[in-house]
Design a binder for this molecule. Structure first.
Ligand code: ADE
Length: 256
């Protein structure tokens, strides 16, 4: 009797867990992701976000991207957003006040999964991080400039910092565009053939295999025979082999 009760309890618990997960997934499919980008160059994003997949994602209501001009949140007359560094040193530092005001106003309206600061002195953007962020509902991206931002912003307002590589670009805008693109293309339904996003380089920790299209012979440069054979098993084996070979040669650090 006791065991039957325990068993029923266990089964109902499993069912609940399964059901909650299912609802969460459904919610993810139908939810619209919102990305708020804070920048001193609001017009910068007109180009990158009005083409290709990211444009279609917005048209299909899979993502809403809102750009906020940081200067509008500055409380001084000149609408300045930066100042000299305490202790001396070259380069201007972005002030806390406008950043705090902008983030606080956004947070009053909704909860955010992450408040991300784009900066070269942070952990790298990886496919794993993109996959994780693509299931977020609301994200704030803060684009840095000048020498950097007041450390107190990083300590009190930012929840995640991302670098797109070991090089310095003029501002965080390009990095924010890279991050947005890499996340948005992973939202379910954005790319019609979802397997195409799943077969991107890095999704399985490997670089992608070489790809070809017509003509099969161009000036004597031939497509590998196996790809023309129609034998899917052999084609799959060839692709895996090439993926591993390319990863070993180009990115040995990725090859386990
Ligand atoms: N801002 C300047 N350089 C950057 C980088 N490499 N990654 C992210 N943000 C940046």
């Amino acid at each position: 009797m006791y065991f039957t009760k325990l068993f029923c309890h266990f089964v109902s618990m499993l069912f609940c867990m399964f059901f909650v997960n299912y609802i969460k997934k459904l919610f993810c499919i139908f939810a619209i992701m919102r990305i708020d980008i804070i920048t001193i160059f609001p017009n910068f994003f007109e180009g990158p976000f009005s083409h290709s997949i990211i444009k279609r994602a917005q048209e299909k209501n899979k993502v809403k991207i809102h750009i906020h001009d940081l200067r509008m949140y500055s409380e001084n007359k000149q609408k300045s957003v930066d100042d000299y560094q305490f202790g001396g040193g070259a380069g201007m530092v972005m002030n806390i006040q406008p950043i705090d005001k902008c983030i606080s106003e956004l947070k009053k309206e909704r909860n955010y999964d992450e408040v991300i600061f784009l900066t070269p002195d942070a952990k790298y953007l990886t496919q794993e991080r993109c996959n994780h962020l693509s299931s977020s509902k609301n994200l704030i991206l803060l684009c840095g400039h000048y020498k950097g931002i007041d450390q107190r912003v990083r300590e009190n307002l930012i929840t995640m910092e991302i670098s797109i590589g070991d090089y310095v670009i003029t501002g965080g805008e390009l990095a924010a565009a890279v991050l947005t693109d890499s996340i948005v293309r992973l939202i379910p339904g954005v790319i019609s053939d979802e397997t195409s996003a799943l077969s991107d380089s890095f999704q399985d920790g490997l670089l992608s295999h070489p790809i070809y299209t017509r003509p099969s012979d161009y000036k004597g440069w031939k497509v590998p025979e196996v790809l023309l054979s129609g034998n899917q098993k052999l084609i799959q084996e060839w692709r895996e082999e090439k993926s591993i070979e390319r990863t070993k040669n180009i990115r040995p650090d990725l090859h386990k």
